[in-house]
Design a protein around this ligand. Sequence first.
Ligand code: ZN
Length: 452
Amino acid sequence: MNWLRLDNLEAADPIVIKDSDGRVSMVEVPCTTIGTTAPSCCGKMEGLGKRTLRVRDRRLEPAPTWLVIKYRRWKCLGCGSAFKEHLPDVHEQRYTTKRLFHDVSMSAIKRPFEDAGTFHAVEQTFVKRVFDSIAKEKLDDYRFVAPRVLGVDEKWLRKKPRWVAYDVENGHALELLQGRDERTIRDLLNQVENPQDVEVFCQDMHWPYAHLAEEYFPDATVVIDKFHVVKMASEAMDEVRKEVQKALKGEDVLRVSNRRRLFLRRWDDLSVEGQDLLAELVALDDRLKLGYTWKEKFFDIFELSTRRDAEQAWIAWQMDMPSAVKAHFRSIRWNMKTWGKLIFNYFDQRYTSGKVENFNGLLDRMNLQGYGYTFPQLRAKALLKYGNLVPKADLRMFMMEHSMGAAVSEWLAPYLEPDAHLDDPKDGTGWYSLGSGIPMAEWVTDLEAGRF
Ligand SMILES: [Zn+2]
């Protein structure tokens, strides 16, 4: 123990290195090991002399700080094996002290990588390396407790389908999967704690999900997400609009095309001006008017209060359908025929993924903002930051970082016993890997504020 507050190293005075402008660019602390004895093996140990290891440590100035450690090496004369001196203060990968690893990992979970790097005076690549390492350790056997209403959906991110499982009632994402192949999904479902607690399973119109639901949650009511159902009517409307556009001439083509989103809005959500404009546009071609009307009528079915009313309205909707637009609504009829029972289950269990649909846009926004996270980092960071997987006290400690400024390392040192849980991340009860999911509202707020 010494001024560095590391138990197993003896530190000499720090060497402060300055650049040509007189600013501190680096600090080096020469260290030697204390109290080491040679390891034992089958034969006599021969000393191979000392080597030097440079590892990052908490910064002493607002500049990178390195411990330059002289450590010993041996060779067993019996079997020829080589041994390096064990360094209890140094992380097993030997590029940082354990305490800096802990500090940086907490900061990397809590704030943008760039901020964490600046604060600890380390490069972003260092922050990412530490983060990937802690994420692997903490999420290796991540699992979540079954929510009462479990929703699954595909999201597109960076042009790839991702799979999201969420707690619909609470608006929490429970898992983000890189792919959506059946094996990956099965691996996940196998890990759900207390699957019998799932009462409602929300999904889109994708057969494999329905089969998986039956298998894993046999007592749950399967509900096709209303969002996906009504979306079909919007798509049909869009088709009608495209077809009509081909037949229009001159200015009318642009008038319609520039206002294509207007056709997708609900009538009651439009302002008076919007309604006037839309009325003018649909007057250009009867098919626009019919398409819009039948789209609206379809949405209305899902606003009704009972399953019986909705089923009757659906029958009427089909019977009254004008032949001019019938072809464009074909896929609705087909899907309603195929999925009808599960679609109308919505009237018994009114759950929809409205909250999670925002999430689609959210991931797109993140992509645009160029946070620089890979998909696995994005997932890991969100789960670790919000999912109750890291002791709250550890994360709270680092909320004070900025206000404490440069003196932080020294100030914090006596209060942190950071290594205890890192040495034993799994305490046998699985506490650390049982997550509570990502509260979407909070995530959105943090993203928008640049705090993620
Ligand atoms: Zn040996």
